[in-house]
Write a protein that binds this ligand. Structure first.
Ligand SMILES: [Zn+2]
Length: 259
């Protein structure tokens, strides 16, 4: 599967309640653009009108397969930058309305996927129309899916100078929720740990250590936003989660033989 076939499939018009967009905290900071050049190649990846957005959710194994065959380009990403969305928030990590995962009690898994995909499309349309961005962060992770947002082939917009440069850029990961008072729930710990581990194995360009810019893992607070990825998500905490994910990935063959 390639980005070309994925891009543009999901960018339908959002039909979301107005409350979903009230004060989308991480999406109003023009500083996050940093030095990114808006240069969506016309006719490439769906053309300039669709921008750099995929809008598809993967479970862990699907993400593994995707990354293993992914073309990261001539200068693959060299670091990870972690975020929280703050808003939209979740029932577990609530700031206001839990707009990401409320109203899902009677929905099937497929219906929840469709609902959240529409919400993600809404965020993309907000970036594109209100902020005039042609891209955003690379991944959004909730307790069910790893959502592909901007193709990882490209530098993203998420953390000002933490976006890196065109040829030395970061992967920006948004964890859905507001994490000032609670840490990630176990399902999100598992998915974030898995996603970063798979990227580390494929890229080999960063270590699981706290370091700004190339070669390590950092978060938005290391650059221009002290409140992100949430006060509860300390460096000690997220590094422990990422190392557990790395150990799980590398021991998977063993653990499968254990009943
Ligand atoms: Zn952030």
């Amino acid at each position: 599967m390639t980005d070309e076939t994925l891009l543009g499939q999901a960018a339908s018009e959002p039909e979301l309640p107005a409350t979903f967009f009230e004060g989308l905290l991480p999406f109003t900071d023009a500083d996050d653009v940093g030095p990114v050049q808006f240069a969506t190649p016309s006719g490439v990846l769906g053309g300039s009108s669709s921008g750099l957005y995929i809008g598809k959710g993967f479970i862990a194994d699907e993400f593994t397969t995707y990354v293993q065959s992914y073309n990261f380009g001539p200068k693959p990403p060299t670091f990870i930058v972690l975020h929280h969305t703050s808003l939209p928030d979740t029932k577990h990590a609530r700031l206001r309305h839990a707009s990401w995962d409320s109203g899902e009690e009677k929905l099937s898994n497929a219906q929840i996927y469709a609902k959240r995909q529409k919400q993600l499309n809404g965020i993309w349309n907000y970036y594109r129309r209100q902020l005039g961005w042609d891209r955003g962060p690379h991944l959004f992770i909730d307790e069910r899916w790893i959502w592909l947002f901007t193709p990882m082939y490209y530098q993203g917009i998420h953390a000002a100078e933490g976006n890196g440069t065109t040829y030395n850029y970061s992967i920006g990961i948004e964890v859905v929720g507001h994490y000032d008072r609670v840490t990630w729930p176990p399902q999100i710990e598992a998915l974030v740990g898995h996603a970063v581990a798979v990227l580390k194995r494929q890229l080999g360009s960063f270590e699981l250590k706290h370091q700004r810019f190339a070669g390590g893992v950092s978060s938005h607070r290391d650059y221009n936003k002290p409140s992100c990825p949430g006060a509860a998500i300390t460096e000690e905490y997220y590094l422990r989660v990422l190392r557990e994910g790395w150990d799980r990935l590398n021991n998977k063959g063993l653990s499968r033989s254990v009943p």
